[in-house]
Design a protein around this ligand. Structure first.
Ligand SMILES: NC(=O)c1ccc[n+]([C@@H]2O[C@H](COP(=O)([O-])OP(=O)(O)OC[C@H]3O[C@@H](n4cnc5c(N)ncnc54)[C@H](O)[C@@H]3O)[C@@H](O)[C@H]2O)c1
Length: 465
């Protein structure tokens, strides 16, 4: 059933009774959870993806996205009920569907210019299968005005004018590892259409799956801006925290103590400093503004520069720790174990991870770099480090998987680059007993400095002189 412009109760009924068919373009980390949630609400859902392996797996009820609690069960159940299927025939998916949701990667090119080519290609496929009364939803994060200036004209190549079909931007606001709870109600959904009927249709559709409700904004450009601005807020505020933490290093005061005390005022929200900002959202979205508007964007550019400089600053801390140790050791020739390579703790995501920049920086300064990541395992070898298997909770007896050397007793330092929960639980007494030099640089500020110092470690963290 075509739902564009229909009253809310009819839309709710169409979803619950399986009378509406929704095609979700892109069955990745975000697209598959959304497809599964719509199917679980009753809709017939076709996942449309160019990856044949993904399509084949979904049709067998197999969930290829890892680290999303609840998702495998949702996929299995709804494929079993016949409500969720997948295809690589992208035009056919549009022909068969009443609603098409675009949730594919939006990237930067080598000059940091937004690259919307995947969205463009999906729009071309949808246009070929577009029918009167269809409703197209753009969920991928895009620069403001993309719906109006890029997506709409591409869809109008179908021969249908806007108004014969509806379009809305309804940004994905979830984070890896929390997709299902985020989609179904951790925050309200934001929707903004190219016309009032589109906005209303989107509001009614998402209110069937989001318990926190739906916020309608004036148009698609406003909705696009909501999502991008959330990311920019984080980037700028993390840059501020990083800059203030470096000031604390110079002043010889503890940034955590100062920030915590300052944040007891309701107007102060100083973030946590660290070795950098990663993931394919926060470090990317600033360019969706700086590279697309004429207005001055000095603050956004400066924040990017500060955050991009944090991996090198963290390696500087290690260099200064070796100098302080005064044991004739420097980064050149040192063996350093980087702990954590994912961009955030306990998620399987390495895109734009500052840990990778840390590894490259250490190697450029002559260190021999090992890496241990409980989520990635031996895959850390992809990033230029020697995979290191810290094989017990006590953190002893590790071997490098390249040649069997590099036990913990040969490590000169540990540098923590992502905040995996287990790192705090390691037996730091035992590790310290065995390491060649007891140096820890905590790029995420997750360890207790007093605990490590009382065990004889030379401990440094950003903003904790
Ligand atoms: N991952 C996150 O935490 C997150 C959070 C919020 C928003 N987003 C946004 O969601 C969007 C999608 O991100 P993701 O993390 O799901 O990406 P992903 O890389 O996990 O998955 C993308 C999927 O799209 C498929 N694909 C690529 N080209 C295609 C095409 N032409 N037609 C159909 N399918 C195609 C790929 O095969 C893959 O399965 C991005 O715009 C991102 O900015 C992501």
């Amino acid at each position: 059933m075509k739902i564009y412009g229909q009253p809310e109760d009819r839309i709710r009924q169409a979803v619950a009774s399986g009378d509406v068919t929704i095609a979700v373009y892109g069955l990745g980390k975000m697209g598959l959870p959304l497809a599964a949630v719509f199917a679980d609400a009753g809709a017939r859902v076709i996942g449309a993806d160019i990856d044949e392996d993904v399509v084949c797996g979904i049709n067998q009820g197999i969930c290829h996205v890892t680290g999303e609690p609840g998702l495998p069960k949702l996929v299995e159940r709804n494929v079993g009920y016949g409500r969720l299927s997948a295809t690589s025939d992208l035009v056919h998916a549009a022909e068969a569907a009443d609603v098409m949701v675009i949730l594919v990667p939006t990237l930067l090119d080598y000059g940091n210019k937004p690259d919307m080519s995947i969205v463009e290609s999906v729009c071309a496929d949808i246009a070929e299968g577009l029918n009167s009364g269809d409703f197209v939803i753009q969920e991928s994060t895009v620069p403001p005005r993309t719906t109006q200036n890029l997506i709409l004209p591409l869809l109008e190549r179908s021969g249908l004018p806007a108004g014969d079909f509806g379009v809305a931007h309804c940004p994905e606001r979830t984070a890896s590892g929390r997709a299902i709870i985020d989609i179904t109600g951790a925050y309200p959904k934001i929707v903004g259409g190219i016309d009032d009927a589109s906005t209303e249709t989107a509001r009614a559709l998402y209110s069937t799956i989001n318990k926190k409700g739906v916020i309608s904004v004036s148009d698609a450009t406003a909705a696009e801006s909501v999502k991008v601005f959330e990311g920019l807020y984080r980037d700028v505020n993390i840059a501020l925290a990083n800059e203030l933490a470096m000031v604390c290093d110079e002043l010889g005061i503890d940034a955590t103590e100062v920030f915590d005390a300052a944040n007891t005022q309701p107007y102060s929200h100083i973030h946590a400093p660290g070795c950098g900002v990663g993931g394919h959202c926060i470090p990317v979205y600033p360019y969706f503004i700086t590279e697309t508007v004429r207005s001055r964007t000095d603050m956004l550019r400066l924040a990017r520069r500060i955050n991009d400089g944090m991996p090198a600053y963290t390696v500087d801390l290690l260099e200064s720790a070796f100098a302080e140790l005064n044991a004739g050791i420097s980064l050149a020739g040192a063996r350093v174990l980087v702990m954590g390579v994912t961009y955030r703790g306990d998620v399987n995501e390495t895109r734009f991870s500052p840990a990778i920049v840390v590894i490259n920086e250490l190697r450029a300064r002559g260190a021999e770099v090992f890496a241990y990541d409980p989520v990635l395992g031996a895959l850390v070898g992809r990033f230029g480090a020697i995979p290191y298997d810290l094989d017990s909770a006590a953190g002893t007896g590790g071997t490098d998987e390249a040649g069997g050397t590099g036990g913990i007793e040969e490590m000169d330092a540990i540098l923590i680059a992502s905040d995996h929960a287990g790192f705090g639980e390691l037996d730091w007494d035992l590790l310290g007993e065995r390491m060649r030099h007891k140096v820890v640089v905590d790029g995420r500020g997750i360890l207790d400095p007093a605990m490590l110092r009382s065990r004889g470690y030379l401990y440094k963290a950003v903003g904790r002189p």
